[in-house]
Design a protein around this ligand. Structure first.
Ligand SMILES: [Zn+2]
Ligand SMILES: [Zn+2]
Length: 212
């Protein structure tokens, strides 16, 4: 049996509020703590090997230190393990095969965005419409229906009081989606896929005309 020795961790960083991937070989993990440093410079924690476990020392979303133990099976072989904060049960990251971790982290990133939104719902110009818009976008994202046509699509979501902006961080392409009127709500309800054009700035309204 061939075991792929490459493993990955995706961890929420309380300092920059981003998600940092760490890819490593299982052979690199020893009893000496391996520091997990985010690209922002912040040290998120460490991993090390104990007798029969692997120890992950981390900071929670709230910034509290947490210590988690994983069995060899979990740490070395399972394709995907959600890393949960023991007290709240909140997901703070993933461990597993690099591919699975990357996929899961992408969705997790969305969840964080949306959980912020729940708290700030009152700040929207029209909370009901905005809620529909965000729900729809989440559904599209989960089904891989939000894309950019550029070489390395990486679409993120910026949420404002009256609109949502989808931005591709690779090519800078952006799409604005209104979130205030009944029309906005009807428009988004009809969308089955959003394919962004590389580096062009357009309103979703214009983009959707042929579909309507
Ligand atoms: Zn960071
Ligand atoms: Zn792009």
């Amino acid at each position: 049996m061939i075991v792929n020795s490459e493993r990955a961790l995706a961890l929420y960083c309380p300092a920059c509020q981003g998600i940092q991937d760490h890819v490593f070989s299982i052979f690199e993990i020893s009893k000496y703590p391996r520091h997990l440093q985010c690209s922002c410079g912040f040290v998120q924690g460490h991993i090390r090997r104990l007798e029969k476990h692997y120890e992950l020392d981390l900071l929670s979303v709230a910034g509290d230190r947490i210590r988690l133990l994983y069995s060899l099976r979990e740490f070395l072989f399972l394709p995907l393990v959600a890393i949960l904060e023991p007290q709240s049960g909140q997901e703070v990251g993933y461990l597993g095969h690099p591919y699975e971790v990357e996929e899961a982290a992408f969705l997790l990133g969305d969840e964080w965005e949306y959980s912020d939104v729940q708290i700030d719902l009152d700040e929207f110009v029209n909370p009901q419409v905005m809620h529909r818009v965000l729900e729809k976008l989440q559904e599209l994202a989960e089904n891989d229906r939000i894309k950019c046509g550029c070489e390395h699509p990486s679409v993120g979501v910026d949420i404002y009081a009256d609109k949502v902006e989808l931005v591709c961080s690779f090519c800078g392409s952006a799409v604005l989606i209104g979130g205030t009127t009944r029309k906005d709500q009807e428009r988004i309800a009809r969308i089955t896929e959003i394919v962004m054009e590389p580096s062009s700035h357009a309103f979703l309204e214009e983009r959707l005309k042929p579909l309507v």
